[in-house]
Design a protein around this ligand. Structure first.
Ligand code: FES
Length: 236
């Protein structure tokens, strides 16, 4: 206890620190005196910058997490992975032949997948990573796009893969191909673009431009959001 706070011990790069119970790993690391220069972005589970690996005392399992989304636990041995080296192939999406299995062409290592499922187990978004790699091997762009839709590119799957696959780059290429060549043109988007071009929102934009930062923040929080179920690819 420190004051009224229950304290736990975490280990950062092997060194022990006492931190208050209940903090995220990110806040616990900062409480211990570290400052994130890399390895922190949105702090809200969206950007994938805060990939972390850890073990717990007395537990053989090598675990993965997002530092901003995971509560620090007593006895955690932590290391941040601010960047996972993963080569991304260069391509021009305009020149791709979508009738071929381009994923296998650009990323032939996907065919080395041994179906160990380590990628799925290491995904902090709980995506079926191994399944989308299997779909990639079959050239099923739609399935890869759908299964990988919530990928935040943290790289933890890639860091753990024994076949050295760069899953998130493969999935990104599949989503780009699906979006460009197969996904139906969203009617609502086409309609909205037309309205914008005709100046339907000009007055509203002028009104927003005159607002203070605080007023803008309040308007942002109050805005209407259309929710699309997790993992779904919109079709119209
Ligand atoms: S800081 Fe963006 S996901 Fe954690």
């Amino acid at each position: 206890m420190e004051g009224n706070k229950k304290m736990i011990t975490i280990y950062i790069m092997g060194k022990a620190y006492k931190v208050p119970f209940g903090l995220t790993i990110m806040k616990a690391v900062e409480y211990a005196g570290y400052r994130f220069i890399r390895g922190a972005g949105c702090r809200a589970g969206f950007c994938g910058a805060c990939a972390t690996v850890y073990r717990k005392k007395g537990d053989y399992k090598f675990r993965t997490a997002l530092a901003c989304q995971t509560t620090a636990e007593d006895g955690m041995y932590l290391a941040q992975l601010p960047f996972v080296p993963a080569n991304r192939e260069e391509y021009n999406i305009e020149n791709i032949d979508p009738d071929k299995n381009v994923l296998s062409e650009y990323y032939p290592e996907i065919n080395r997948c041994v179906s160990c499922n380590t990628c799925t187990k290491s995904c902090p978004q709980e995506l079926d990573v191994m399944d989308f790699i299997q779909a990639a091997i079959r050239g099923d762009y739609k399935k890869v796009s759908s299964l990988s839709f919530d990928c935040i590119q943290c790289g933890l799957c890639t860091a753990r893969c024994p076949a050295e696959i760069t899953h998130y780059h493969v999935a990104q290429l599949a989503r780009r191909i699906y979006g460009k060549y197969y996904s139906p043109i969203p009617k609502h988007l086409e309609k909205r673009v037309g309205e914008i071009k005709k100046g339907k929102f000009d007055k509203e934009i002028e009104r927003l431009k005159k607002m203070s930062v605080d007023e803008l923040k309040k308007a942002y929080v109050k805005r209407k959001i259309e929710r699309i179920p997790r993992g779904e690819v919109r079709e119209e």
